[in-house]
Design a protein around this ligand. Sequence first.
Ligand SMILES: C[S@@+](CC[C@H](N)C(=O)[O-])C[C@H]1O[C@@H](n2cnc3c(N)ncnc32)[C@H](O)[C@@H]1O
Length: 283
Amino acid sequence: MIVRDILNEATRTFEAAGIPSARLDAEVLLSFALGREKLEFLKNPEKIINEEQLSFYRKFIVRRLQGEPVAYITGFKNFWTFTLKVNKDVLIPRPDTEIIVEEAIDVAKKYTSSQIKILDIGTGSGAIAIALADELPKTNITATDISKAALNLAQKNAENLGFKERIDFRQGDLFEPVDDTFDIIVCNPPYISTGDYEALPSGVKNYEPAVALLAGMEGTEFYERLICQAKNHLEKNGWLLMEIGAKQEQSVYKVFGQSGFYESVETRKDYAGWPRVVKARRK
Ligand SMILES: C[S@@+](CC[C@H](N)C(=O)[O-])C[C@H]1O[C@@H](n2cnc3c(N)ncnc32)[C@H](O)[C@@H]1O
């Protein structure tokens, strides 16, 4: 079979199964099966695909049809300016999470010294910590996660991308593994309520780790704990930045208000216009 026909066939199959990014998924999986850059084979639609490559590709198509996300099939996901290894131990980093990276860089650049201390809680694949290490070369970065398996992968990613020496990885529940104070604390915590979890697309619910998603009956369990505990780990005038779910802004503001330890609470919307990051300064 030639590239054009196999791509068209896979796209139609994905469309029929209701997969929204049918063409893109077909292309990404084909480039993975061929071990080539996407552009290379898109420029040669008449190129013949051999039986072995076709058999790989068909296996990937079946996995995708069963609901497995493309990033878990290929084992890679692009984030910020680099490519991360991902597996079922970590949440697949979302493009929306780049907003918290942008905000953290913005906050960091307002400091007169560039040698500030940053903590990334629930680092998962290491996405946020590695992006910050890359963009803020003089900062001192600590990254934690409760999942040992996630931390192993985050460390591997940091090593592959040349940031092994820049990030101190520690395992534990929220602030448990750190006794230090920080200028900036960033966190993209689990924020799905138990009710919403059931309604998640099967590709998320059946494949991504529940520990990365579930946050109690209201989905706000982690915000309450983070806001309360962060006050003991922030320098005076230090910043706490948290990614939030689209409908959680009010609850998060309420918790900040009740705490009494923070000021300058602000929201940054994502490019679709939804509240995505809330930041606040320790008084
Ligand atoms: C939504 S994911 C975010 C992963 C990554 N930071 C990102 O943005 O792609 C939440 C992460 O928090 C971790 N986590 C869950 N409960 C935790 C806890 N109690 N303490 C520390 N990390 C936790 C999960 O293992 C997961 O890696």
